[in-house]
Design a protein around this ligand. Structure first.
Ligand code: XMP
Ligand code: MG
Length: 169
């Protein structure tokens, strides 16, 4: 497996993102919503790098498709438990690829009328979009290669890796 981003490079980038987010949400009542399972490692690092308080919640989404591609049929298998109406919500996800998962989830949360709703993704495969979707905060833009580690998996394997690696299919 080829290393794409080392732990040191990831750590530096997470600090930069946290600086920007801390400034943007200064004085606000921030709720960070992670999408399970992929986001849990990134989110744990991100919230600890913030210089503002936040609360956390999680949703679990499933998309039925192949091992490396989502089908577009998204199902909420665990919803968030927080009332988000009138509050400031930052959704955190490991990767945006076709955009189907996040556009579905954001549309769902928007109906609950949060005061603000933004998205932070660790990785963005921009060229793969099937629906238009722009994250507000992006860790790294990557090419169309399947990556694992730092929370990302292939068949539930490799989430524990400290580096982000490319697996050859
Ligand atoms: P969409 O296509 O809906 O997909 O934007 C987002 C979800 O697809 C998975 N995904 C990956 N997972 N390495 C992974 O481990 C990858 O390179 C990759 N590309 C897409 C991921 O589950 C994400 O939440
Ligand atoms: Mg995922």
């Amino acid at each position: 497996m080829e290393v794409l981003f080392t732990k040191a490079v990831i750590d530096r980038r997470v600090e930069e993102l946290a600086d920007v987010i801390s400034r943007d949400y200064q004085g606000q009542d921030l709720i960070v919503v992670g999408i399970l399972k992929g986001a849990f490692v990134f989110m744990a690092d991100l919230i600890r790098a913030l210089r503002i308080p936040c609360t956390v919640d999680f949703a679990r989404l499933a998309s039925y498709g192949s091992q490396t591609e989502s089908s577009g049929k998204i199902v909420v298998t665990k919803d968030i438990e927080t009332t988000i109406k009138g509050r400031d919500i930052l959704v955190v996800e490991d990767i945006v690829d076709t955009g189907l998962t996040l556009s579905f989830f954001i549309d769902m949360l928007r109906k609950r009328e949060p005061r603000t709703l933004r998205v932070c993704v660790f990785l963005d495969k921009r060229e793969r979009r099937k629906v238009p979707f722009e994250a507000d905060y992006v860790g790294f833009h990557i090419e169309d290669r399947f990556v694992v580690g730092y929370g990302l998996d292939f068949n539930e394997k490799f989430r524990f890796l400290r580096d982000v690696c490319v697996i050859e299919e």
